[in-house]
Design a protein around this ligand. Structure first.
Ligand code: SAM
Length: 408
């Protein structure tokens, strides 16, 4: 039947299109796994939080929350945020209703975390801290060792070959590339990392980002996804990764990273009104980016319910992806017309991964990317690699540790 077909498309592509709606549901694990030939990201290492049964919130706790909301009148900026939320709400509710109406998909959600391998040990602490390593004086001397000509076909089950050829490259402050069409293993300080096909990374602090600027802007990027370490004042966030004041992001060389034919810019933004205004009034103009539309990531649990109440002021169950267009050198390029019509308020739903990972969005933005295919894609402040993409940040290998993977 039609529904069976939709579900099997989802199983293969990681994307489920709802009937009569622009909303879609995505499985980040399936999308990420399109990048790999011999390994796969395990769903147990990606997901855990929202697969656990509901912690019971007592009725008194709920009442307390409601009371609190009433006793604090909103200030002017909060009112503006509330207005924005009210305008958006119908779109979010409709998208969520689509999910709740798709019985076949709902039945599958609980199984998205089923791996056939051993459970992921999230408590193991032997991971490398790239942020720390990159900041010591020896950083320029650290090398990563790429395994070349690794022939997985030789050994059934694809065991690592010990005597393959290796190439050592400076790990920080240089572009490391897997030019081959299959996964590559790499050793770095006694740990193994998986580098997907045709991917590259540049690991550095913001101060060295100019090393990423292409020599010719025909070699620039058609899609630039940016998830900046915004300051948000919460102590738990500070433990996860260092943050930067907004003014630092003004100096990101977006125009010089963009392709001559222009680039789609996708910027993750929190729900703080002050930040939304900063992006539209200061940041985009400074970057030379024209605002186009905002899309929303609505977060659900494995049972299909929202991760928090839609109206909870400081814990919205959604995040914003602000889209803009960076004009390249060639301002009347034929590709520009393609971008004139990005629909506003599109919603994509998924179950959030651990460590507040953002879902991969390249595939769902595909038709809005200017230029020729395959698009040249860049992720700034990345913590993972994607086949065909360049990742930059101070820890782009973070989720490439072999412990997040199993052999196919
Ligand atoms: N989108 C990512 C994901 O889904 O996993 C999360 C990105 S997180 C919001 C921001 C990243 O910026 C963190 O990895 C953090 O370490 C990095 N970062 C913070 N300060 C930086 C700096 N000065 N230079 C480079 N990267 C930095």
């Amino acid at each position: 039947t039609h529904n069976n077909q939709k579900l099997s498309t989802f199983i293969n592509s990681g994307i489920y299109h709802f009937e009569a709606s622009n909303a879609i549901f995505i499985d980040p694990v399936r999308l990420l796994n399109l990048s790999y030939s011999h390994f796969r990201v395990t769903s147990s290492s990606y997901y855990s939080r929202f697969f656990q049964p509901n912690p019971r919130v007592s009725e008194t706790q709920r009442k307390r929350k409601r009371k609190q909301k009433k006793t604090h009148p909103l200030n002017e900026r909060e009112q503006a945020a509330d207005e924005r939320h009210k305008r958006l709400k119908p779109f979010l509710i409709k998208a969520h209703e689509c999910l709740l109406g798709a019985d076949d998909l709902l039945l599958t959600l609980g199984k998205l975390r089923n791996d056939d391998c051993t459970a992921f040990d999230s408590l193991s602490t032997d991971e490398q801290s790239f942020v720390e390593l990159g900041s010591v004086w020896q950083a320029p001397m650290f090398e990563i060792s790429l395994h070349l000509n690794q022939d997985y076909s030789l050994i059934p089950g694809g065991m690592s070959v010990q005597n393959c050829e290796k190439r050592n490259i400076q790990a920080f402050g240089s572009l490391v590339f897997n030019e081959t069409n299959s996964d590559m293993e790499a050793d770095f300080l006694n740990r193994k990392y998986i580098i997907p096909k045709k991917s590259s990374f540049y690991m550095s602090d913001l101060k060295q980002i100019h090393g990423l600027i292409p020599v010719k802007n025909e070699c620039g990027f058609n899609l630039i996804v940016i998830d900046p370490p915004w300051e948000n004042g919460s102590a738990s966030q500070k433990l996860k990764y260092p943050t930067l004041p907004n003014r630092y992001f003004l100096s990101l060389p977006i125009k010089r990273l963009a392709h001559a034919n222009g680039a789609l810019i996708a910027l993750w933004v929190t729900n703080k009104e002050k930040l939304r205004i900063f992006v539209e009034k200061d940041l985009f103009p400074k970057w030379g980016v024209k605002y186009m539309a905002t899309h929303y990531w609505l977060k659900v649990k494995a049972d299909g319910s929202l991760i928090s109440e839609l109206d909870l002021f400081h814990h919205r169950p959604y995040e914003c992806l602000v889209l803009g267009y960076c004009y390249g050198k060639d301002e009347d390029s034929e590709y520009i017309s393609k971008l004139k019509c990005i629909p506003d308020c599109q919603v994509f739903l998924s179950i959030p991964g651990d460590y507040s990972r953002k879902p991969p969005i390249g595939e769902i933005l595909r038709e809005n990317i200017p230029g020729l295919e395959p698009s040249r894609c860049l992720e700034l402040f990345a913590r993972e690699l994607i086949g065909g993409w360049t990742s930059w940040g101070n820890e782009p290998l973070r989720f490439q540790d072999s412990r997040y993977f199993s052999k196919k």
